[in-house]
Design a binder for this molecule. Structure first.
Ligand code: AMP
Length: 196
């Protein structure tokens, strides 16, 4: 199964991707996690991405496309993967199409988590509080000021992807405001219907 999860920051893509990955035994490919790992490891990519990520802006298409192209060739992706936070621009969406067709593999579904913007800042603040309470590192971009920029970037560059996939007849939407379990169930329903 090859799946793209779309939605603004804080929509629950990561939570759902992780659940689906566990259930279906395929990896969750979060470009945000991969970039944070590169920053942590101090690699060349990490050095170039850090300031951009801290400001809530998008890292260049070239960097992100290269990371994903390399990742999907790993053996654990052979049975499928869930793209979480990628693609985020039209250039990236075209790159996914090219990557998949070069490898003769098809995308099964593009699912957008539809959420109410007003709830998002609250979710991000809670994510930061939960991480702190659990003794985990708090993401530098999980604060209201940077979040505003992340949401602006989303509307400018990522929201057009819903039209892109709708036009291809691929877009499915799910109510991202429901409980975590209900969202998972709705996604599973979409996947089952798509598989038929
Ligand atoms: P995320 O964990 O998905 O919220 O991503 C955190 C940050 O990583 C974003 O605000 C961007 O700076 C960067 N990032 C993650 N995925 C992408 C992507 N597909 N394209 C560009 N930048 C990305």
């Amino acid at each position: 199964m090859r799946l793209i999860l779309l939605g603004p920051p804080g929509a629950g893509k990561g939570t759902q991707a992780q659940r689906l990955a566990d259930k279906h035994g395929i990896p969750q490919l979060s470009t945000g996690d991969m970039l944070r790992a590169a920053v942590q490891a101090g690699t060349e990519v990490g050095k170039r991405a850090k300031a951009v990520m801290d400001a809530g802006e998008l890292v260049s298409d070239a960097i992100v496309n290269a990371i994903v192209a390399e990742r999907i060739d790993q053996p654990d992706c052979a049975r499928g993967f869930i793209l979480d936070g990628y693609p985020r621009t039209l250039v990236q969406a075209d790159a996914v199409e090219a990557m998949l067709s070069e490898r003769n593999i098809a995308l099964d579904s593009v699912i957008e988590l539809v959420v109410d913007d007003k709830a998002l800042v609250g979710r991000i603040v809670k994510r930061a509080e939960d991480a702190k309470a659990a003794g985990q590192p708090v993401r530098k971009d999980d604060n209201p000021a940077v979040f505003e920029e992340r949401l602006r970037e989303y509307y400018k560059k990522t929201a057009p992807l819903t039209g892109y996939y709708y036009a291809k007849g691929r877009l499915k939407t799910v109510d991202g405001m429901a409980s975590i379990d209900a969202v998972t169930a709705e996604i599973e329903g979409v996947l089952a219907a798509t598989a038929k």
